[in-house]
Write a protein that binds this ligand. Structure first.
Ligand SMILES: N[C@@H](CCC(=O)N[C@@H](CS)C(=O)NCC(=O)O)C(=O)O
Length: 319
């Protein structure tokens, strides 16, 4: 996997701590916020007022972090207000690309070949990873933010006065509970599948896969008497969990060796995953071809042939 160093693309870089055999995720770097009045948000600079047709979202259908922002865009009815470009699912030594493909978009800003060109266009000496999602300001030609958890929060509330649909997925009275669940789910599940799949030492794999399934077992119990994580109200925490569950049986189970069980084997998690998948507009944000192609073809270190498996056959219908 490549990255930018002082604005120059380097084709190779390591995300694994060689000695420990552990996967380490790096912090996102653009941390400004779109707000209703353009004032600064919790981090970064002000000047990013919520306006229709001003912001653009770069995503990959493969990526669970990008998926959560696409879901929030859908839930809040922002499809006409915030445009989207989907990158090619195959990430080669040049990182994410706009190489033509099924359901791949062209870049509206620079007609770029690579996503890293967007990063260096706004910051010519940028050093760091070139990740999706990216929320881009078409008016000022700046990257607002490339941290999905923050982009989700902006989409949840900043556009409410300019045409977003009703609905608050991070209501103040539940925020402490949501934050606590998010921390747990991020560490053990969202990032847990990556820590399991990218481990290069048996002991690290054993430890991570055990933590992952303990957490899934607990959530399955939690959902025994609850429709959603916090009861009847759907919150951000559900969508953050969902993006990992929906990829689980297709890629994490095989490709990342998270194979003690599948999600279809869990009574409550399976019911829950299907319900969220069928929730309004959400299925449109899921593209299993992109998901499978990305993981199996891109991570040659764990799947050297790049063969993308045909299965599994999954039925998400509610019947
Ligand atoms: N913390 C970031 C993580 C985003 C992320 O890691 N995206 C992956 C795709 S799933 C990516 O673009 N990786 C490219 C790289 O690390 O070079 C977020 O949640 O937005």
């Amino acid at each position: 996997m490549g990255l930018l160093v002082d604005g120059k693309w380097q084709k190779d870089s390591a995300l694994i701590d060689e000695k420990e055999g552990r996967f380490i995720r790096k912090e996102s770097q653009f941390r400004n916020w779109v707000t209703a009045d353009g004032s600064a948000g919790p981090t970064g600079e002000g000047g990013f007022k919520a306006e229709p047709n001003r912001y653009h979202l770069y995503v990959s259908y493969a990526c669970p972090w990008a998926n959560r922002t696409l879901i929030m865009r859908q839930l809040k009815g922002l499809e006409e207000l915030i445009s989207v470009s989907v990158v090619n699912p195959y990430r080669d030594e040049n990182g994410w690309t706009f190489a033509p493909g099924d359901e791949v978009d062209q870049d509206p800003v620079l007609d770029a070949d690579y996503l890293h060109q967007i990063y260096t266009y706004v910051e010519p000496d940028y050093s760091g990873r070139v990740t999706v999602p990216v929320l881009y300001d078409l008016k000022q030609n700046k990257i607002v933010n490339n941290e999905s958890s923050e982009i989700m929060r902006m989409l949840n509330s900043a556009f409410d006065e300019v045409g977003a649909d009703q609905g608050d997925y991070y209501p103040p009275e539940l925020s402490d509970e949501i934050d606590a669940l998010n921390d747990e789910i991020y560490d053990k599940i969202n990032n847990g599948v990556y820590k399991t799949g990218f481990s290069t030492k048996q002991a690290v794999y054993d430890e991570e896969v055990t933590k992952l399934f303990e957490a899934l077992d607990q959530l399955d119990k939690r959902l025994e008497d609850k429709r959603f994580l916090l009861g009847d109200q759907l919150t951000e925490a559900d969508w953050r969990l969902f993006v990992t569950l929906i990829r689980f049986d297709s890629v994490y189970h095989g490709h990342f060796k998270c194979n003690l069980k599948r999600i279809v084997d869990y009574k409550n998690l399976w019911r829950y995953t299907r319900e969220l998948y069928n929730y309004r507009g959400v299925a449109e944000t899921i593209n299993f071809d992109h998901i499978k192609e990305h993981y199996y073809a891109t991570h040659k270190n764990i799947n050297p042939t790049g063969i993308v498996p045909k299965g599994p056959e999954l039925d998400f219908s509610l019947a």
